[in-house]
Every structure is written in structure tokens, then in C-alpha cells.
Write a protein that binds this ligand. Structure first.
Ligand code: GTR
Length: 329
């Protein structure tokens, strides 16, 4: 090769290499506490698939499920907030520690039904609160279904709210949940989700509260046989992204693509969720060991009355949105 040609070839290689490197796919990671077959995890796989297809393989999302990136959601969200992690799918409850406006969604007996909740989440209020997280260095990507939460424990059957008195009940790391469970007469103990099974089986706590799929998938039903369907909250899930990492890694168009794909998986998760609730019920019932308690109308009234002091504490702060939520359903 002539000297001149050699220099041209060398320059071409030097110019092309950096282009080739920067043209590689953008890698994003999302943390999920649940196992592979859980509805929200399935939703994230679908999200990753849509993003891959729509970006022509330029944006790839790695779904780290099963709590691989942390057993407690609050710590995981902290990583998202300071940009060490791109995204996390978590419950709105621990998210209220970062974005207090979201507390309204976690108030007891605030939602009439699954349908009315989705009407609000997909409407103006839901969109506004998804946007509200931006002030705290997040992007809100979507909401997922999480059913209704109810109490379970290893000690005794709960037929009335008074029966909760003195039980040591695990709660998520959320002041609202702590106050709620204490208001109902139990002793609330915040523990990371992944540590609850051991804590119940060792008698460190008496029980916890969660929806059917979580009661079943975690195996909590094996160690806490009394499950009372008091459905005190219907707090949705949320997927949040790190503003630091998204602003660095994605263009405006790419960000819009990712956000749209996340929203497009919501209905898929609702469908998966409803199927899973039935499957979880079946599995728990089949064990033959669990005592499932439905509340009588009078007992339900007792539960609703018992949470009123919580509205005294949080109601003023969220007065406008509570009014809006009630009117919108
Ligand atoms: C589940 C929820 C999880 C986690 C868990 C908990 O229902 O899907 O994200 O918040 O509850 O109680 O910690």
C-alpha cells in the first residue's frame, strides 16, 4: 500500500471506530422485586419487547426481576433517584416517601373499584401525578395493577377491626402505611418485602398485608394462614425512571418512545393480573390450610370507621385531590 493510501485507510479506521461504538444499542435496566411469572414482571418483559421493536433494536431493556437489585423497594428507588439505576417498578406506597402527592392514592377505602381506579389513573389526575414525580428527579412511566391489600397473620382469625389489636404487622417502608396499620390497632413494623417470609416464620412478626398474588407468590400463605379480605387499600404500582440517566442516555424522541411503550403495557398487566388473582386463590385454597375470612357488612363498616383518624391526619394536606378522586369515580 502506498504511504498516502495507508494514511487515508488509517484515518478512516480512526473515524469509523468511535461512530461504531456510539451506534451500539442503548442499554437500560429496570428493577422488579417480583419473580419472573408475576403480572408486573410480565408487563416489563412486554415493555422491553415493545421498546426493542419500535426502536429497531437501538434501545434494549434488561428486566432484573426477583429482587436481584435489592430486597427493599425504598433503597431501589433511591438508586433511581441518584442515577445509579435507570428504572424501577415499585408500589406507590414506598414512592410516597419521595413524592408526597402520591399519598392520596394509598389512602384506605379511597377507590370504589378496579375500574374506577383505572378511570382516574388514565385520566387527568393520573397523568398529573405521573408528571409530579419529575420535580423529584424521576420520570413517571406508567401505573400497573396491584389489586386490593388485606391483612394476613399466623396467630388468629380477624373478623372485626378490633381483632387486629396488638398484632405485629409488617408494612412497606412508608409513613402512610405505618400510620394506617397503627391507626387500625395493630403494631406496624416496616420490613423489606424479601425478608417478610422469614420474619413471619421465625415469629419476629405476626403477619403482613398484601394482595392475593403476593400472598401466594411469596409463600406467605404457608406461614400466615389467616387471611381476612378487608381490602383496606388499593394502591397501584408505578414504574419510574431516573431523570439523570434518561436525560444522559436518551434523545427526546427516544424518551417519548420509551414512555409510550410503558403506557401501552398497562392493559396487558390488568388482564394478567385478573387471571393471576384467580390462580393464586386456587393455589392457596388447594393447600387446604388457610382460613379465608370475608367481612360482614357491619364488620366492614367497623374497618372504614377505624381509619377515619388517618383522614384527620392526611386529609387536610390532600383535601383537593381527595375531592377530585371522589368526584371522578
Ligand atoms: C406488592 C407490590 C410490591 C411490594 C410489595 C410489598 O403488592 O407489588 O411492589 O411493594 O407489595 O408489600 O413490599
Amino acid at each position: 500500500m502506498k504511504r498516502r493510501n495507508f494514511i487515508i485507510a488509517l484515518l478512516a479506521v480512526l473515524l469509523v471506530i468511535p461512530i461504531a461504538v456510539s451506534a451500539g444499542p442503548i442499554q437500560l435496566t429496570v428493577a422488579e422485586i417480583h419473580p419472573k411469572d408475576y403480572p408486573t414482571t410480565q408487563g416489563l418483559f412486554q415493555f422491553a419487547e415493545l421498546v426493542k421493536q419500535r426502536s429497531g433494536g437501538k434501545i434494549l431493556i434488561d428486566v432484573k426481576y426477583g429482587g436481584q437489585l435489592g430486597k427493599g423497594e425504598k433503597k431501589v428507588v433511591e438508586q433511581v433517584q441518584f442515577g445509579a439505576l435507570d428504572m424501577a417498578r415499585i408500589s406507590v406506597s414506598p414512592m410516597t416517601e419521595f413524592v408526597p402527592a402520591l399519598e392520596a392514592f394509598g389512602l384506605p377505602y379511597i377507590w370504589k373499584s378496579q375500574e374506577s381506579m383505572w378511570k382516574v389513573l388514565n385520566g387527568e389526575i393520573g397523568k398529573r401525578l405521573l408528571k409530579a414525580v419529575e420535580k423529584y428527579r424521576f420520570y413517571g412511566l406508567n401505573y400497573y395493577e396491584a389489586g386490593a391489600r388485606s391483612f394476613y397473620n399466623a396467630k388468629r382469625q380477624i373478623k372485626t377491626v378490633e381483632n387486629l389489636e396488638g398484632l405485629k404487622i409488617r408494612v412497606q417502608k412508608s409513613q402512610l402505611m405505618l400510620d394506617l396499620v397503627n391507626t387500625m390497632g395493630a403494631n406496624a413494623t416496616p420490613i423489606a418485602f424479601g425478608e417478610v417470609y422469614d420474619a413471619i416464620s421465625k415469629g419476629v412478626i405476626d403477619g403482613a398485608e398484601n394482595n392475593w398474588p403476593s400472598y401466594e407468590s411469596t409463600g406467605h400463605y404457608e406461614v400466615a394462614k389467616y387471611y381476612t379480605l378487608d381490602t383496606h387499600t388499593r394502591v397501584p404500582e408505578i414504574t419510574v425512571a431516573s431523570r439523570i440517566s434518561f436525560d444522559k442516555k436518551l434523545t427526546k424522541d427516544q424518551m417519548a418512545l420509551v414512555k409510550k411503550a410503558a403506557l401501552d403495557t398497562q392493559n396487558y398487566v390488568i388482564k394478567k393480573w385478573n387471571e393471576r388473582v384467580e390462580a393464586s386463590k386456587k393455589k392457596v385454597m388447594a393447600s387446604g390450610k388457610n382460613i379465608i375470612t370475608e367481612l360482614t357488612p357491619a364488620a366492614r363498616e367497623g374497618f372504614v370507621k377505624a381509619v377515619q383518624p388517618l383522614y384527620d391526619k392526611y386529609g387536610e394536606k390532600h383535601k383537593a385531590i381527595i375531592k377530585e378522586l371522589r368526584a371522578a369515580q
